[in-house]
Design a protein around this ligand. Structure first.
Ligand code: GLA
Length: 667
């Protein structure tokens, strides 16, 4: 991963849209940025219509002045290509490049993201504006990073897409016979006899073909990636020493396989907007920050957008409590982010996101939010050394976008098979139990981990299943949850009893699924309860650790443990409620030799980045944590005990035995 050029220390700043304001405001902006310690701003994200008001006519003068002004203040620019918002003239000149929804409606400009990423006219216009920006700014000393597009994620179902989809399918399957077999088109007589009959999934009368839908998401992730890489290559050619990135948007509607994209950016950068106003926001932060680090292969990455103040939840905006902006930002830094950036610098004068949070709110700089932003800037300025730190996790969760996408299918045995909720539940249980957690791809390197958890890995390839088994055989400790390993990458059910891909390693054979009604629970012999799911499990070598009690599965296996080679593999056939999942995972972790970060009081979060201990007191009462060293936030020596008020936070450069730093802090 590479760093923005010219940024010394951790990145701090946000999206800056000077085109929305008269020039006098820019001077105040830059003065306030200096006060707040801003060192990097994303510029030009949606400025296409200001940069090219008519086709081929460029107006760079204003942007030149913005660059010079920022450079004079020592602030680097992450210059965006504005391709997420083509100007109205573009839509009228290229009506075929307007996006078409699955039900055939063609959209028109009036918002943003109104383009089809497969349309040749759109792609050519993107390359052109990227080349013009590269020509003009590649040599400017303020240029720190290229920020391509914004949040790749929109879809389209038009004829350009159909043509491109067919090409992708030809490359994947070679011939129609293989496609027919892979999509199980024998079912409901969907057999294709000519490539021209294959379309993007469009509105259908009844349930659509699930493999068709999954392949479309795979294709579209690749198509958007091609749109990204062709802009990236234009920019790289002009300025090889300036890193290129794009901001990853999160959410299960996103047709982008981030793990795959991570290999194509110079710096993994995420936008993160928790949707829960309560403690769920901290859980979401821990989850997505750990995921981002996983995509970055353990290297530092960047929180490039977040909300300084408001949490949008259920159509309402929740004002963050004092101090939460800093804790939220630093919890990302603790997990490897190389700073904290916001959407957005100044609240816009109007428009669709007029009420979105900003570092400089409508009420101006004499506000709590601006003061907190400036305080955060000052704190980040004192934390540059943590960039050398790495998170060392004994535990890994397997993450797979394909299973996430596939579990969105409407044809599955229960609507409650929620991939993200399953992953989040495992992550939460481990996080609350004090374990550092990495995310790995199904075919990633599992060997470094003492415990590997596989939640809801519905789709799995033979090679990945074999790698999981090899990990256990070599002495690893594995936990697999229900509805994993059921189908191959074409969504063909693995025959012979579930979970086909993991039967041997788990030593079980599942004869029958028994999904539960929304409010139903099952009792287990351990006293735990389960919900969402249950099944008829036959141990074929595994030992029963917990059985169902009462009901149709009375006395039959619910949780099993199997010795396999030199390791052990547990299977959990229901969703364990309450503390049940945490107890099971901690037992497996201890058996595997995984150790928690440190003991933390309730509501207190500890994250260790090499020798720096981040402490967040999310609880409503003062807390005390045993640690020795200097708190970089206050500069004080904490002695052997750190005390934090409710909502407080600290970053302790820990000293080990005999007062020596536990790590070498020289960079
Ligand atoms: C995303 C976008 C921004 C803005 C914010 C609002 O992160 O990139 O342009 O729309 O969401 O939450």
């Amino acid at each position: 991963m590479r760093w923005p050029r010219g940024v010394d220390g951790l990145c701090f700043g946000g999206d800056y849209n000077p085109e929305q304001w008269p020039e006098e405001v820019w001077h105040e902006d830059v003065e306030l940025m200096r006060r707040a310690g801003v060192n990097l701003v994303s510029v030009g994200v949606f400025a296409w219509s200001r940069l090219e008001p008519r086709e081929g006519e460029y107006t760079f003068g204003w942007l030149d002045r913005v660059f010079d002004l920022l450079h004079g203040a020592g602030i680097a620019v992450a210059l965006a290509t504005p391709t997420a918002s083509p100007p109205p003239w573009f839509s009228l000149a290229h009506p075929d490049a307007l996006p078409v929804t699955a039900d055939g409606t063609r959209l028109l400009h009036g918002s943003r993201d109104t383009y089809c990423a497969s349309a040749p006219g759109y792609r050519a216009a993107c390359r052109r504006i990227a080349a013009e920006l590269a020509r003009r700014y590649a040599g400017h000393p303020a240029l720190g990073m290229w920020h391509v597009h914004n949040e790749y994620g929109t879809t389209c179902h038009c004829d350009h897409v159909a043509a491109s989809f067919r090409e992708w399918l030809r490359r994947r399957y070679g011939d129609l016979a293989t496609l027919n077999d892979s999509w199980t088109t024998a079912f409901w007589g969907q057999h294709y006899s000519d490539w021209a009959q294959v379309h993007p999934p469009r509105a259908t009368q009844w349930l659509p073909n699930p493999t068709h839908g999954l392949d479309f998401r795979r294709f579209w992730s690749d198509e958007l990636l091609a749109a990204f890489t062709e802009q990236r290559d234009v920019l790289r050619a002009a300025a090889p020493d300036v890193p290129v990135t794009t901001n990853f948007v999160l959410g299960d509607w996103v047709p982008v396989d981030h793990a795959r994209w991570a290999g194509e950016v110079d710096l993994v950068a995420i936008d993160h907007y928790p949707t829960d106003a309560g403690p769920g926001a901290e859980e979401q932060t821990a989850l997505w920050a750990d995921l981002a680090r996983g995509w970055a292969g353990g290297a530092p990455w960047l929180l490039i957008e977040s909300a300084p103040n408001l949490i949008h939840t259920g159509g309402r905006m929740h004002a963050k409590e004092p101090g939460r902006m800093a804790r939220h930002s630093l919890a990302h830094v603790a997990r490897g982010s190389r700073g904290a950036m916001f959407f957005q610098w100044r609240a816009p004068p109007g428009g669709a996101e007029a009420y979105h949070a900003a570092m400089v709110p409508h009420a101006g700089p004499d506000t709590r939010v601006f003061r907190e932003a400036a305080e955060l800037g000052a704190v980040l300025g004192r934390l540059a050394e943590v960039d050398a730190g790495r998170i060392e996790a004994d535990v890994a969760i397997v993450w797979d976008a394909q299973s996430w996408w596939a579990l969105r299918g409407a044809h599955l045995p229960s609507p409650d098979l929620d991939y993200l909720a399953g992953v989040a539940g495992v992550h939460r249980a481990l996080w609350r139990s004090g374990y550092a957690v990495d995310f790995v791809a199904p075919d990633g390197d599992l060997a470094p981990y003492k415990l590997v958890v596989v939640p809801g890995l519905y789709v799995v390839a033979d090679a990945a299943a074999a790698a999981v088994a090899a990990y256990v055989a070599a002495g690893g400790c594995l936990v697999v949850s229900y509805f994993s390993g059921i189908v191959d990458p074409c969504l063909r059910v693995r025959p012979g009893g579930h979970p086909g891909a993991f039967r041997d390693v788990l030593g079980v054979r599942v004869e029958e699924f028994q999904p539960l009604a929304p409010d139903a629970t099952v009792q287990l012999s351990t006293g735990d309860t389960g919900s969402v799911w249950s099944e008829l499990v036959h141990p074929t070598g595994a030992r029963v650790e917990a059985s169902y009690t009462g009901g149709r599965l009375d006395g039959l296996a619910a949780v099993t443990r199997h010795r396999y080679g030199r390791g052990t593999a547990r299977y959990v056939s229901t969703r364990l409620d309450g503390d049940g999942l945490a107890r099971l995972l901690v037992a497996a972790a201890e058996e595997g030799g995984a150790r928690p970060v440190a003991a933390a009081p309730e509501g207190v979060e500890l994250v260790r980045r090499s020798g720096w201990l981040f402490v967040f007191n999310h609880a409503g009462v003062e807390c005390e944590v045993a640690t020795a060293g200097v708190d970089l936030v206050t500069g004080a020596d904490v002695g052997g005990r750190l005390r934090l008020p409710p909502g407080g936070y600290a970053v302790v450069r820990e000293v080990g035995l005999y007062g020596r730093p536990t790590i070498d802090t020289r960079r």
